[in-house]
Design a protein around this ligand. Structure first.
Ligand SMILES: Cc1cc2nc3c(=O)[nH]c(=O)nc-3n(C[C@H](O)[C@H](O)[C@H](O)COP(=O)(O)O)c2cc1C
Length: 371
């Protein structure tokens, strides 16, 4: 058994966080992950964009057991309530992944309203809906909300500058996001092998835990995170490719079929994003190089100045994936897709990666340390 500061703080069996993967619903996945002893997270970012993302919106409502005519706060409340109901038996712990960057602040406010109303109405909901994971923005403005709600606060970030803001804001768990990770990535990216130990050395202390995300998908990579001193890991792509994951069949197939060098960076809605390599994503990357070159040279562009076609291209590609249209499909995933070859049940995958991690850690000293 592996016990870390993360398992103790959150009250989970395994030191694994299942990543929120907005704007795509991961409600069933969150339930499966929480029931498997991990921290399950719901996606909330842009999931209610009726006009721009109708296919995803309808799927999101279906997974939330909500009506498409419900208002946004009601949809979020129904989603969290479904997770709460379906994790009762296992006493599962869950949370919300909330993107707080300027473009999506209004959405974040609605999610926070749903969280507040649900948690205030039911002490049991308050106990198990325990974690808020903010991401892709400045954590500072949300400090008051987290304090008022007495939630465990985690923030996902890609570099030292935001880590300093996290520390100042009182974030309890820093999730260092390496460049290997799926979808949204940093303007000035650094891979986990460099970022994670750097953040641990600079920020880990008795009040602050550090987890890694980006590239973690099996016993070897998780054991490496522990060797670097991490308290746990967050996994996205590995959870995406599971039986219970809400992602459509073509998306999962594209992950499983991914070969080496199988991902590529191109402009996403909130900045550079990592996509599975295909003719379509390659075309998107050429367009990005022309119209949003900051994605490749580490200079954030002005969202309002880039051609809208660039962002529409992304939505069309994702819509094609949902429709099963192989020729026009474009889907996001992390570099570790090239190491993923199956679609296991979530609980089986979690048990396998944790038993592999344990075995590797037990054998390390005997294998490498001479008396
Ligand atoms: C399809 C997809 C969508 C994602 N959307 C979000 C999101 O809305 N918010 C967020 O914080 N991270 C998002 N991520 C990143 C994950 O939360 C996680 O940090 C990342 O997948 C970790 O890297 P890995 O894929 O190598 O495990 C997304 C990842 C994927 C694959």
């Amino acid at each position: 058994m592996i016990e870390t500061r993360l398992t103790k703080l959150v009250g989970i069996q395994y030191p694994i966080i299942q990543a929120g993967m907005g704007p795509y619903p991961v409600t069933s996945l969150c339930i499966a992950a929480a029931n498997a002893g991990c921290l399950g997270l719901c996606s909330t970012f842009a999931t209610t964009s009726r006009e721009t993302n109708p296919i995803v919106f309808e799927d999101f409502c279906k997974q939330a057991h909500a009506e498409t005519t419900d208002d946004d706060v009601t949809i979020f409340k129904k989603m969290f309530t479904r997770v709460f109901e379906e994790t009762k038996e296992s006493d599962g712990i869950f949370g919300a992944n909330v993107m707080v960057s300027a473009e999506v602040k209004e959405n974040a406010m609605k999610v926070m309203q749903a969280i507040r109303e649900l948690r205030e109405a039911d002490p049991e909901m308050k106990r198990r809906f325990r974690v808020l994971v903010t991401t892709a923005g400045d954590p500072m403005p949300w400090a008051g909300f987290v304090k008022e709600q007495e939630m465990i606060w985690m923030h996902v970030f890609p570099g030292v500058r935001t880590a300093k803001r996290c520390k100042k804001a009182g974030v309890q768990v820093l999730i260092a996001s390496g460049h290997e990770g799926g979808m949204h990535t940093a303007w000035q990216p650094v891979h986990s092998m460099t970022l994670l130990p750097d953040i641990i050395e600079k920020f880990s202390d008795e009040n602050t835990l550090v987890c890694g995300t980006g590239g973690f998908c099996d016993g070897k990579s998780i054991a490496a995170a522990f060797a670097m001193g991490a308290d746990g890991v967050q996994m996205g792509t590995r959870f995406l490719a599971t039986e219970e994951s809400d992602f459509c069949e073509l998306w999962k197939k594209m992950v499983v079929d991914c070969q080496d060098g199988g991902t590529i960076i191109a402009r996403g809605f909130v900045g550079p994003a990592r996509w599975l390599r295909s003719d379509v994503s390659l075309q998107h990357a050429y367009n990005t190089a022309k119209d949003a070159p900051g994605s490749y040279v580490g200079v954030p562009d002005d969202f309002s100045q880039i051609p809208m076609d660039l962002l529409t291209f992304e939505r069309h590609g994702v819509a094609a994936t949902y429709k099963g249209d192989v020729e026009h499909a474009m889907a996001g995933a992390g570099e570790c897709a090239q190491r993923i070859t199956d679609l296991p049940k979530t609980a089986d995958m979690v048990q396998k990666v944790m038993s592999d991690t344990e075995e590797i850690l037990r054998n390390l000293a005997a294998k490498y340390v001479a008396d």
